[in-house]
Ligand binder design. Structure first.
Ligand code: IMP
Length: 469
């Protein structure tokens, strides 16, 4: 165990163990994305992390891409909580995350080479592991879906546009149970072998079946065949390296709260990609909102005192699914280039649109957001007229509610408020008063419409380029 880690006992409570009292000094804060991801959660976590004892990931996997810029150097994190940049803190990957062990170790090694101390990193023994067959299944499903038709007149592609990181298949196995591998299983080689044998039999049947369905002739399947020996040879060295940092994080987190320590929960992906509350089926496979914290960590929702909703000053989306305010013109192109809107995980260009406050207000409601962090405001500088979507018109009816159905959302026509833009460079603004009036009006419209104040306004990628209210 690292010298940085908070010491906690791993005792199993006896039936007579009293209900654990939580210290009133303990504080739980959540940082969540309010749009379709890539809002800048990594920067917000990095900014406020000094006030916490542990930074905890509770959902998603290596599909997430959190960028942190420290002293001009950019760090791209996929699995490790952004709080790792602060030595002396615990960085905990809790049970709700699906972990690709290979990606995690690469990320740890990459940080170590750059001098980042990873000794505070702890992984939940209950978290599920992503295996190579999950990625193969993810890829094949997408190929198959991209050739499917929805009805006679429907769109020709039903693909979700996943990151192909095996996220959906791994969460599906968690629900299927028998072949799922948890991080604790990785260290128990005989248990692991049994699961891997079962999984290989099942996955081979599945991937070969999927490749036949995608048009390959029987006997000519190009799908890979997975053998238990090959998978074990892949898993064993990874398992050996991860075993020392794998623990029961549920007790660890509760012990920390009992000791008066403070926890920062770092959401991955974002509210509108939530498997229950997002634009299903164009979503990821986890509970991305603050509602996912209790199941993804074992900490009850009643413990969460503050939720910061991170919102980009415009909209972006990677992958398929409706984006009501999408900009396919030069303005969108300019925002993409100035905002460096290319996926941290896949490098895909992100789709760009005007800010959609119908969507943001819905996400803020779901998450119980107490303050907003408005990100990338500087990217809008130089646009003559800014538009903000304040309502939708769906089938001729005006509404300010976000529809549950993706088809209905796809029919929504945005109702815009148009504001005068700002031409000034705001990247050196230190307070709201330093912002030009066009930028201030923009911020005020967001606060008024969402009904939540902005505690943070980001005017550039660096830690220093931040206005804190
Ligand atoms: P999956 O999570 O790889 O299954 O992908 C499902 C959908 O969520 C795809 O449209 C992805 O592009 C999107 N997605 C997943 N994670 C992120 C993220 O961190 N940022 C943006 N989009 C994401």
């Amino acid at each position: 165990m690292s010298s940085n880690a908070t010491s906690t006992s791993q005792t199993t409570p006896s039936p007579s163990t009293p209900t654990r009292a939580h210290s009133s000094a303990a504080r739980c804060t959540a940082v969540v994305g309010l749009q379709w991801g890539d809002e800048g959660k990594g920067k917000v976590v990095d900014l406020i992390a000094p006030a916490f004892d542990a930074i905890v990931r509770y959902n998603g996997g290596a599909n997430a891409g959190h960028s942190v810029v420290v002293k001009g150097e950019r760090y791209a994190l996929h699995l490790i909580p952004s709080g790792i940049m602060h030595p002396g803190k615990l960085a905990i990957i809790a049970n709700g995350v699906v972990i690709d062990p290979e990606v995690l170790l690469k990320e740890m090694d990459g940080l170590a080479v750059r001098g980042v101390d990873c000794s505070g990193l702890i992984v939940s023994s209950r978290a599920h592991a992503v295996f190579p067959y999950h990625k193969a299944e993810d890829e094949l499903r997408e190929t198959l879906l991209s050739r499917a038709r929805s009805g006679v007149s429907g769109p020709s592609s039903q693909a979700i546009g996943t990151t192909k990181r095996g996220i959906g298949p791994c969460y599906a196995d968690k629900a299927h149970r028998a072949t799922a591998v948890r991080m604790a299983d990785l260290a128990r080689i005989s248990v692991l072998r049994g699961k891997v044998e079962m999984a290989c039999a099942l996955k081979n049947a599945l991937v070969h079946g999927l490749s036949l369905s995608s048009g390959e002739a029987p006997g000519e399947s190009k799908a890979r065949t997975f053998t238990p020996d090959e998978i074990m040879a892949w898993a064993e060295p990874l398992a050996r390296r991860l075993a020392p940092i794998t623990r029961d994080t549920t007790y660890l987190l509760h012990d920390m709260l009992a000791q008066g320590k403070s926890l920062l929960f770092e959401g991955a992906n974002a509210a509108l990609l939530d498997v229950d509350h997002g634009t299903h089926p164009f979503v990821t496979s986890s509970s991305t909102t603050a509602l996912g914290i209790p199941s993804g960590t074992g900490i009850p929702g009643s413990r969460i005192g503050e939720t910061i909703g991170v919102c980009k000053a415009y909209s972006t989306r990677v992958g398929n699914g409706p984006l009501v305010t999408e900009l396919l013109d030069q303005i969108g192109h300019g925002i993409r280039e100035r905002g460096r809107e290319y996926g941290t995980t896949t490098g895909r260009p992100r789709r760009v649109g005007w800010l959609d406050l119908v969507a943001v207000r819905y996400s803020a409601m779901l998450n119980g957001v107490s303050s907003l962090a408005l990100m990338l405001l500087d990217v809008l500088s130089g646009i003559d007229e800014l538009r903000v979507c304040v309502a939708y018109e769906i089938d001729g009816e005006r509404t300010d509610r976000f529809p549950a159905d993706a088809d209905e959302l796809a029919r929504a026509v945005p109702v815009y408020r148009t504001l005068k833009g700002f031409g000034e460079d705001i990247t050196k603004a230190k307070s709201r008063a330093d912002l030009p009036s066009g930028a201030r009006t923009y911020v005020e419209l967001i606060e008024l419409t969402v009904g939540v104040p902005c505690g943070i306004i980001s005017v550039g990628p660096d830690r220093e380029q931040t206005i804190q209210a």
